[in-house]
Write a protein that binds this ligand. Sequence first.
Ligand code: F6R
Length: 249
Amino acid sequence: MKILVFNEEKKLDAYVGETICDFIRQHDQATIGFATGSTPLGVYQYFIDSYQNHKVSFQNVQAFNLDEYVGLKPEHPRSFASAMKNELFSHIDILPENIHALDGSKEDMDEECQRYETLIEQNPIDIQILGIGMDGHIAYNEPGSPLDGACHVVNLHQESIESSLDYGFDHIEDVPTQGVTQGIGTIMKAKQLIMMAKGEKKADLVKRMIYGEVTSDFPSSIIQRHPNVIVCLDQEAASQLKEEDYEKR
Ligand code: F6R
């Protein structure tokens, strides 16, 4: 595991953004996994700027979203599909047919999960962007999720429901109580993981993710078992790590 700690948020976003742009430029086809939430927004702005400055094209990119709320149609303004469209996809030249996501409004969610799992098996993810939730989740794999799980529906934990207020819901009662997510097993099949965390509130979680026991009680700890993972942190999120364990940027 490579851990990089950046003294400026802009540098962190540019590093992750450029790593992925480089990969896209060097391959005829690139399959990238995208996370929603606040942490990767600077990276998505980096992609938009790079595209607008003709430094990269996304026409050869297949995009896979990590997760979604159950009960919201993709076009609902608070869905993760809408968030990805507004924050990134509508500003770059990615082909609409290459944007893939779980649809949380399907009547048969088991069938929807199977469809998405199969699609990912057919299009293995080259680089997966990840963030860490306030209960240690990755994607919407809440504590207790099986470490080898496939796409599935989950009951969201209270921390996840409360964090959703940052994503534009006006009232806590408006937040769906279930999510649908790539499983930990699905995520672990990605060829490379880029885990990002920013801010003091993530410091304890980052410490447990990196030094703690690998356990389904703390799903993000699974990244310790991935053979190709880069953890990109700001100084606040890294504040509980030993300096000898990371590289300063
Ligand atoms: C969202 C996702 C979540 C977030 C995590 C951190 O697609 O996968 O696991 O990455 O909840 O969210 P932020 O970045 O808002 O702190």
